[in-house]
Design a protein around this ligand. Structure first.
Ligand code: HEM
Length: 378
């Protein structure tokens, strides 16, 4: 074991934080931040749809009610697709977090390295199991609860390792002691008081988001005149939505209670962070109200609007989360330390590619989503 005080003596004499990248940012950091909020929100929405889909699938599976089979088929069939979106939409924020907070993110990734590297086999396991379920559900009747359960646990572990990494990247004062105690990367940030409420703050809305996905599927079924299935979907989906949002509200109160005093004072100081907090709550409430309207309507629009409101609420959460991160890091780092050497041409190419990619994504979703709802009764 390495002597902790010796390491501290060596490192505190030097900079407490690896130096900033001398190449600097290619665009003003605010643009990077906005792009990271947008792509991170898409990642979290896809993650919520998939994790929530697996949770609701298991809930219905355990209740063994044949009447809910179409919903189970819809949810189970959507898991591999949802997973592909989680991974694809996780890449852009991964690039942005490395550009904006590279010194912190790399350091914390190394400290939890042995767990961090497990993300890859866990991802393959979850993805493989979700496909196994989809491809064998007609030929093999048993074992699907266990398959989805293990896939869900693998996903939750990945999320948990992410929360460990991000919270550790925000608290550099812990790094030296942690490295000295376990230089083999076998550390987790378990002493962090916000760890579990933060994890649950991201996971609990999954039940609401997948509930919204079920209502949306119900509205497509109505459109095709399959009213019996449509009302089954809508009545189940609308019950899931408040469960998810209420659980998230409980986690929000929990995290507020354990945030360091200076951070909670910052969040409630009547600044842009407070505006984001209030806007997020209002948007989530609007999403829930629209979900109620959608449950009693045969039209697609209310369900779609409800999902858009939920996405906007997630966006506010993403932006607030970043402000809180900057507040944690304020004593040792701020984005203005990094030189800006603009490369607008490169940025233009990036934005054009992003818009093209998003357009393709929307077209694909509009084609695939109704198909998923339609395949539910087979
Ligand atoms: C498959 C299951 C996954 C789950 C359940 C999950 C969940 C989460 C959660 C809860 C966070 C927030 C962490 C925090 O702020 O404390 C997060 C952040 C993040 N996730 Fe995922 N994730 C998954 C997979 C992935 C994958 C495969 C990628 C990359 C390809 C990815 C990229 C990211 C990035 C980059 C962040 C942090 C962004 C930032 O700090 O700006 N995630 N994820």
């Amino acid at each position: 074991m390495i002597n902790a005080s010796l390491l501290n003596d060596i490192f505190t004499a030097a900079a407490p934080m690896p130096g900033v990248d001398p190449l600097g940012y290619g665009i003003p950091p605010l643009l990077f931040q906005l792009l990271s909020y947008l792509t991170f929100s898409m990642h979290i929405t896809a993650m919520n749809f998939t994790v929530g889909g697996a949770i609701l699938f298991l809930w219905l599976h355990l209740r063994r009610n044949d009447a809910t089979l179409p919903i189970r088929r819809y949810l189970g069939g959507g898991l591999p697709l949802g997973m592909s979106y989680v991974v694809t939409l996780g890449i852009p924020p991964l690039l942005f977090v490395q550009v904006l907070y590279g010194q912190q993110f790399y350091s914390s990734s190394i400290l939890i390295g042995s767990f961090w590297i497990l993300i890859i086999p866990l991802l393959i396991t979850a993805y493989g199991l979700f496909y196994l379920h989809k491809l064998t559900r007609d030929s093999r009747r048993s074992g699907h609860g266990a398959i989805i359960f293990i896939g869900l646990v693998a996903m939750l572990l990945i999320g948990f390792f992410y929360v460990n990494n991000i919270t550790l990247s925000m608290t550099p004062e812990k790094w030296l002691d942690m490295y000295a105690a376990k230089p083999d990367g076998l550390s987790l940030n378990l002493s962090e008081p916000t760890l579990f409420p933060r994890f649950l703050l991201f996971i609990t809305p999954a039940i609401a988001v997948s509930g919204l996905g079920i209502i949306l599927a119900g509205s497509f079924l109505s459109r095709w005149g399959r009213e019996a299935e449509a009302s089954l979907f809508r009545s189940f989906g609308v019950r899931a939505v408040p469960v998810g949002f209420v659980l998230q509200a409980v986690c929000a109160l929990w995290i507020i209670a354990v945030l360091p005093e200076n951070i909670s004072a910052f969040v409630f100081a009547g600044n842009s962070a407070t505006v984001l907090l209030v806007a997020g709550i209002i948007l989530a409430a609007l999403a829930a109200i629209l979900a109620l309207i959608a449950a009693g309507s045969k039209r697609v629009l209310p369900a779609l609007l409800s999902l858009i409101m939920a996405f906007a609420a997630i966006f506010c959460h993403a932006a607030l989360r970043d402000m809180v991160r900057l507040q944690y890091l304020a004593p040792v780092f701020d984005l203005s330390q990094v030189p800006v050497k603009t490369q607008w041409g490169m940025f233009g190419i990036f934005v054009a590619t992003l818009l093209l990619g998003l357009a393709l994504l929307i077209v694909l979703m509009l084609r695939v989503f109704p198909g998923m709802a339609s395949a539910a009764r087979k």
